[in-house]
Design a protein around this ligand. Sequence first.
Ligand SMILES: Cc1ncc(COP(=O)(O)O)c(C=O)c1O
Length: 395
Amino acid sequence: MKDMDFSFDTELLYKGDKVRGCDLIPEAAPLFLASAFDIAGDLDDVNATYEDKGYTYIRTRNPNRHMLADKITYLENGEESAVFSSGMGAIQTVLFTFLKAGDHLIAGDTLYGESIELVEIMAEYGIDYTFVDFSDAEAVKKAVRPNTKVIYGETASNPCVALADVEALAQIAHGCGAKLIIDNTFVTAYAVKCLDLGADIVINSLTKFINGHSDALLGSATGSKELMDKVLTRQSIFGTAGGTFSTWLVQRSMQTLGLRMTRQMENADKLARALEKDPHVIKVNYPTVDKYPQKELAARLFKNGICGAMLSFEMPSDRAKINEFMKRLNICHYAPTLGGVRTTMSHPATSSHRDLPDEMKKALGITEGLMRISVGIEKAEDLIADFTQALKAFD
Ligand SMILES: Cc1ncc(COP(=O)(O)O)c(C=O)c1O
């Protein structure tokens, strides 16, 4: 790409295709499996190369990670990104970069299960925390303490798609000198650009929508150069950098991110509306359905009217019929992940949220009949027809 401005999807396709320090421009990204690079003979160059961000040792820097990082930085509208061994590797490294013993963390009470466990582990290192409902910005404000250093949440809750007002949270964080860190895995930058709304760092599990092909484990963090320099230094010490082959796979997958996300989000909208009309369905959790409770916030967050490809819906809590419904489905299948090109479902009450006390499950809307769907790229009409016939299990 030379000197014209093109649309976002076109630009994204070409971002990160240059290998730093290399004149070749291959049509497909090369794979740099080397764990070390010769720094060219002059001992003065050892440090020069390091400081110039050249390549010496794989844990510190690797050309594939840089290429993917450049694509993600463009996607998120940030200044710098880091690529991690997993989404959890990104979350752990970022939180431990900005928190130390004696600090206080405010975290969303519907975070991804392992993120909740991580916050609890951090307490063993002297980092105090408060879990708060992030769809209630006033409650977050009330939880602020003099030593609050980080506010950490997810754009949309799992599994009921309750939204966090990222702009309001950024104001609260910056009003008390804290950093706002948002995990945007569920909706992706195609629906919301969290840095534009004031977040300091945005995190993605690349394992999900951004890779989309269910064949790699990776994470990312993006923010300003100043903050990401700190994160990258910690990443090198913690050893949480992403593996080269997974990085290469995700880089390759990102070339079709625009096509995939557009289709997945359109499908999610169509499926949600069809489920809302189905007489066997009690409730649908997705921002475009009529009864969604946070319509005004959804309109502010999702400027293009597209809201990600995760939804959940509630059927009657009859396990035998739910099992029958699952058996009847031809396309959508059970899988403990999300974001792939093939539509998958999970049953929060017996998987991600099984250890929660019953009252908490009830408060969060997690009934026996609640099913979470990650919508893929199939033809929407096929998906709708398949769900419609499977729901007849409740007749
Ligand atoms: C919202 C969210 N954040 C983080 C993670 C962790 O990602 P990974 O499995 O890549 O470590 C997940 C995994 O499902 C997730 O759903």
